[in-house]
Structures are given as structure tokens and as C-alpha cells.
Design a protein around this ligand. Structure first.
Ligand SMILES: [Cu+2]
Length: 289
């Protein structure tokens, strides 16, 4: 594994790998009754929602019917951004991030389901024009959602855990993350785009070990005492993750982590720079029984 793994966020090489058992996420039934259910289907062409879907706070199931692990985001485009502007950016090789991407209200969908898997959570979908795109594939698509703004007095889902994303750290609402089914409330309390990803890593791993792996030259060899040196690139896959979350947005992610050691990080580079993980948005946690 090398630095490229992080920069590509592990995407391309994952088509045919074994799925780590800790990566299995069940559909959780807890406390979803209060919110309408919405199936978001992911195919090799993009996201789709049922015709006529209107705005609301939804118990979403992101069903991966594509041939690849999901690594994709959905966000409400700022007014005035049209398909031509999106196409221009998507066709460009430029690494400059246009302001409208930073201004898009990314909703923080549950992410990283494998083909055939479903990931669940609760997300707000205000009315407007949405962009879906894959960080690892070439597709993007537009979804229109009608309806009225989400009322401010819409009840909050019950959550068993919480975390806030800021520049450049995770602020946890509790001392520890237990194993098993949990609902994690994730608020982007920062000023730029973030996400949160939980990677199972060998016991004994530290953030220094992770940095050593990420900074290796292509083909470089990590120190043998680095626990992550025993991992293959294919094993470096989140067991739970949100997609991009915009500042001020909350989403609720259903997680079901096995006991063990996890590298928690945000790999996003926005507004433009190194991955946030390199700037401090990376830590190791122990998930207990
Ligand atoms: Cu971040």
C-alpha cells in the first residue's frame, strides 16, 4: 500500500476483492419509523430516487446495484449552476476546485457499500437540483427533488453516538465508540467540506504508522514493525463512511463496527490542498465490545 491509496481513496482496485467481515453493514430498523423511507439506488450510471420524490428528512437506504464499491456523493447544487457548468468541470483535467463545488450542500449519504450491499442512515434532502458523482468512476448525474423547504421543527432522529467535523479534527460526543449497531450523528461544524471514514487497521497501529504508509514512494517499503505493512491495498477499505458533508449539514449514519482498531479520517482536500487527514483529521480509535 502506498500514498496513492489514500489519494485515490482506494477506489479503483476494489472490483473483485474479498469483503472484510467488519465491512458488513446490516440494515438497521432502529428509530426509522418516524421518517419516510427512501431507496437511493446506485448503478454504474449514477444515483436514482423514485420518480416524484419530494423534499424531506428521510431514512435512506443506499442500495448499491453497481459493479463497484460505492464511493460517491450527492449534493444540492447552488442556484444558478446548470448542467453545462457541471459537464465543463467533470470533463476538465484541472485540479482547481470551482467555488460552486464548495458551495454545494453535500448531504452526507451513507457511503462505501459494496456491490449488492445496502448502507443506511438519515439524511435531509431539501428541494432543488442535486448532483450525484462518483469519486472513483466517471459518472455524474442530476436529480431534481421538488417540494417545500424542510421545516425547522422536524424531529431529530435518536442517535447513540455523535461526532462533529471541524478543521482539522473530529470532536466526539462520547469517550468511546462501541461495537455493534449504532447510529452516529455527524455534524459538519466546520467551514469547508468534510466526511468521516472508519478503516479497520491492525491492532497497534498509530497515526504515525498511517502517515508512514501514505508518504511512501511508489513501490516503497514500510518499516516491518509498522502494523499496517501487513495490510494489502485491498484491505484498506472503510467499514463505515459518509460521503461528503457540507458545512452546517447533519446526517445520521448507521454503523455496525466489529471490535478492533480503526483509523478514522477525512481524506478530502478542500478547499484545495493536501488531504485533511494529513493536516490532523486522522486518529486511531479502539472499538470495544
Ligand atoms: Cu475534512
Amino acid at each position: 500500500m502506498n500514498r496513492r491509496t489514500l489519494l485515490n481513496v482506494s477506489a479503483a482496485a476494489l472490483a473483485s476483492i474479498a469483503i472484510p467481515s467488519s465491512g458488513r453493514i446490516r440494515i438497521l430498523a432502529q428509530d426509522t419509523a418516524a421518517f419516510p423511507e427512501l431507496i437511493v439506488t446506485l448503478t454504474d450510471d449514477g444515483f436514482s430516487v423514485p420518480e416524484g420524490t419530494t423534499s424531506g428528512r428521510y431514512a435512506v437506504s443506499v442500495v448499491n446495484e453497481s459493479s463497484m464499491p460505492s464511493h460517491s456523493s450527492l449534493g444540492l447544487l447552488p442556484k444558478g449552476v446548470d448542467l453545462a457548468m457541471v459537464e465543463e468541470v467533470m470533463a476538465s483535467d484541472s485540479e482547481d476546485v470551482p467555488q460552486w463545488i464548495l458551495d454545494t450542500k453535500w448531504v452526507g449519504l451513507p457511503d462505501w457499500g459494496f456491490p449488492g450491499e445496502t448502507r443506511t442512515g438519515i439524511v435531509d434532502l431539501p428541494p432543488g437540483t442535486y448532483l450525484g458523482f462518483s469519486a472513483s468512476e466517471s459518472w455524474f448525474n442530476i436529480i431534481e427533488i421538488g417540494g417545500e423547504p424542510i421545516p425547522g421543527d422536524t424531529p431529530e432522529p435518536e442517535a447513540t453516538l455523535s461526532v462533529e467535523l471541524i478543521e482539522m479534527a473530529f470532536t466526539w460526543g462520547q469517550d468511546a465508540v462501541p461495537s455493534g449497531p449504532q447510529r452516529l450523528r455527524v455534524l459538519n461544524a466546520g467551514t469547508t467540506l468534510h466526511d468521516i471514514q472508519f478503516y479497520p487497521v491492525p491492532d497497534g497501529t498509530t497515526t504515525d504508522h498511517a502517515m508512514e504508509m501514505f508518504m511512501l514512494d511508489e513501490g516503497g517499503t514500510p518499516a516491518p514493525e509498522n502494523p499496517m505493512s501487513a495490510m494489502s491495498e485491498d484491505e484498506f477499505v472503510p467499514a463505515a463512511a459518509t460521503s461528503i458533508i457540507a458545512p452546517g449539514v447533519t446526517s445520521w449514519l448507521d454503523i455496525d463496527l466489529a471490535p478492533g482498531t480503526y483509523l478514522v479520517m477525512c481524506p478530502l482536500p478542500f478547499p484545495s490542498g493536501p488531504p485533511h487527514a494529513f493536516l490532523g483529521m486522522m486518529e486511531v480509535i479502539t472499538v470495544g465490545t
